[in-house]
Design a protein around this ligand. Structure first.
Ligand code: ZN
Length: 105
């Protein structure tokens, strides 16, 4: 009886381990509004100085917003003015072009 019990316990432990998932941080793309893993997104950051730039490393200080690594998504972001809303600031055309160029690389 004791053997049977310990077998069950072992089994449960194994199942518990296999179903345990690593938590992948997810962020919402401003373009398609889908939640995606951070690695699938590009961070756009507004620095404390108010400068908007792409943050490839994800380590720049400031307020961040995320867009898919997909030019179509970025176009949607531009069209809907989502960046300006996310940063509560006007984003100039030069910055948009710059971001677009970097995304298409
Ligand atoms: Zn997207």
């Amino acid at each position: 009886m004791t053997n049977y019990k310990s077998q069950i316990t072992n089994k449960t432990m194994v199942t518990g381990n296999t179903t345990m998932q690593k938590k992948i941080p997810q962020r919402m793309c401003l373009g398609c509004r889908e939640m995606k893993a951070k690695s699938e997104l590009v961070r756009v950051v507004k620095s404390p100085e108010g400068e908007v730039s792409l943050d490839i490393t994800g380590k720049k200080p400031g307020r961040g917003a995320y867009v898919c690594r997909n030019p179509d998504c970025f176009k949607r972001v531009v069209k809907s003015n989502a960046l300006a809303r996310a940063f509560k600031a006007q984003i100039s055309n030069e910055i948009i072009e710059e971001l677009q160029n970097q995304l298409e690389k």
